[in-house]
Design a protein around this ligand. Sequence first.
Ligand SMILES: Nc1ncnc2c1ncn2[C@@H]1O[C@H](COP(=O)(O)OP(=O)(O)OP(=O)(O)O)[C@@H](O)[C@H]1O
Length: 451
Amino acid sequence: MESINVLYLALRPEADNAVSSLTQAMGPNVHVTSDTAEARKLLNNGKFHVGLIQFEPFDENFLRRIVGDIFYYPEGSSLQWVALVSSLSMENEVVCRLIAEYFYDYHTLPFDIDRLKVTLGHASGMAGVRKKVFPRTSEWFNKSELIGSSPAMMRVVHSIDKVLSYDLPVLITGESGTGKELAALAIHNHSPRSDGPFVAVNCAALPSNLIQSELFGYEKGAFTGANQRKLGLIEKAGGGTLFLDEAGELPLDLQANLLRFLQQKTIYRVGGHEEIAVDVRIISATHVDLEEAVRKGRFREDLYYRLNVLRVAMPPLRERGYDIELLAEYFLNSFKKENACKARQFNRRALKVMRHYNWPGNVRELKNRVERALVMCDDTHIAPADLGLEEYSPQPLTLSLKAVKDQAEKDILYRVLAQAGDSVVAAAQILGVSHVTLYRLIKKHDIKLQK
Ligand SMILES: Nc1ncnc2c1ncn2[C@@H]1O[C@H](COP(=O)(O)OP(=O)(O)OP(=O)(O)O)[C@@H](O)[C@H]1O
């Protein structure tokens, strides 16, 4: 077997029989640690292909620390994780979710070195493929402020990666507060236009009588009060990106002007006769269904097709699994830096409540609730009441092993399809299945391909 560098994060390495068998079998390529800070440092040097985590004896706090410290860590993102678990732990909902969301595979104890070596070999192969197909991940995360490493966010990263290569309009869809503006900024910052300006305009916030002059600018004397020429936002975004937030709110007459600009790449300032060429990439965002708006006659169909050339869909926060905790920790740490407050972390109940809450306001709501909690909390630990959330009453475990396997299967399909740019032939090759099988699985999990 080709040498595979494994980082083994063991809860109690001194009491772990697997450690000695593994180091014996794999020699110096295995590094063992129980310290997540050290693991993070080691991941930074990028030499590890596979991370192995032992969940026994099961300790929920340890798992939470791993999620916060390791999975958030971008440099680890081409590395693949394998879990060592007992069948008893597989009955625990936290463990199952963690595995389904973050792991390439799991190895059920008792420890079987030959079986594990095969699993590690596959995981390492996948790490190599990810690095080739997706080399920008760590740099990408560093440059953008989009936090998250759930499969749903990985799909976003991949979609963004795809749209970077083309200087075409992008439409970002998603519920309010899902991070559409942040995604637009990420596209701009990673595109060849990153040295140019990023100008954001909220179409819903501008009074309708001002939108025209705000976007296109005006000449001196164009209307009462126009004492001097003013450049519009489109011109100000010249050489860069114009972000039209809430594009669905644009009045119909302005939609016609915008369409004209998108077709001709030129504008007229209000009251002006000179045709001015402007080089701008348009990224628009909407939380309303624009197709529905087109059907109802509120949005021009021709403009819709012009804006919707490339598409990025932001998932709601409730579908991002452990990203909720990552984001909560991230906001907590950044607010802590800004304010002298007592609260240092979330208590267990708060984490559970956040995990099961529906988050109708998505990331923005989470950010606001964490900020509020820091003000309300008199303790070192933030409780659900500080977040203004109802207590979560634990549900009995309903997740069967089959459900976990199905979820894991679905996640890996998403990941590999994303890596393969939704090419079924390439994805089938990576997964080592025929494309007929892959089509069957895509149908089974109701996965929508982008091409
Ligand atoms: N993945 C993320 N990581 C870190 N912060 C995020 C993330 N997503 C959103 N945010 C933060 O949440 C808030 C809302 O994000 P943003 O304004 O980009 O959402 P939006 O989808 O454009 O909302 P709206 O539809 O209401 O305009 C911002 O403060 C943003 O910084």
